[in-house]
Ligand binder design. Structure first.
Ligand SMILES: [Zn+2]
Length: 128
């Protein structure tokens, strides 16, 4: 459990917005997903400030992050659905659909943020 949250683990790098290789430089320029998209629209960094590792490993690399994004959206939808049913079991199916859809839209910057960083962590190992 301790190792799971300490430097060197993928979880640590993902949660703290760090370069997957050195875990010292940042992956996204801002750690706040909303600020990243709406305020500055910076995208992720091209390469790490610390180890100069290039994040886009090959052309089209970020397409794969869509699959992660899809999985995150499904997990999030299920959580919202469970919450809705717990709060009020009499909500109509259409309204449930509407609430879940709006929630996914609102959370999409966070989804985008984590999908890329999770995707790159599948391929890049931490090196000291
Ligand atoms: Zn780095």
């Amino acid at each position: 459990m301790y190792k799971f949250f300490s430097k060197g683990s993928k979880f640590y790098g993902i949660i703290n917005n760090l370069c997957p290789k050195c875990q010292s430089g940042r992956f996204w320029k801002e750690s706040n997903p909303y600020k990243n998209i709406f305020d500055k629209n910076l995208g992720n960094c091209d390469s790490c400030d610390n180890c100069s590792f290039k994040y886009e490993i090959e052309p089209g690399f970020w397409y794969g992050a869509m699959y992660v994004s899809y999985a995150l959206a499904i997990i999030f939808s299920i959580l919202i659905y469970m919450l809705l049913v717990n709060i009020n079991n009499d909500i109509e199916v259409f309204n449930q659909f509407l609430i879940i859809s709006i929630s996914i839209l609102l959370i999409s910057p966070v989804n985008y943020f984590y999908s890329r960083i999770i995707w790159i962590n599948f391929f890049v190992k931490y090196q000291k």
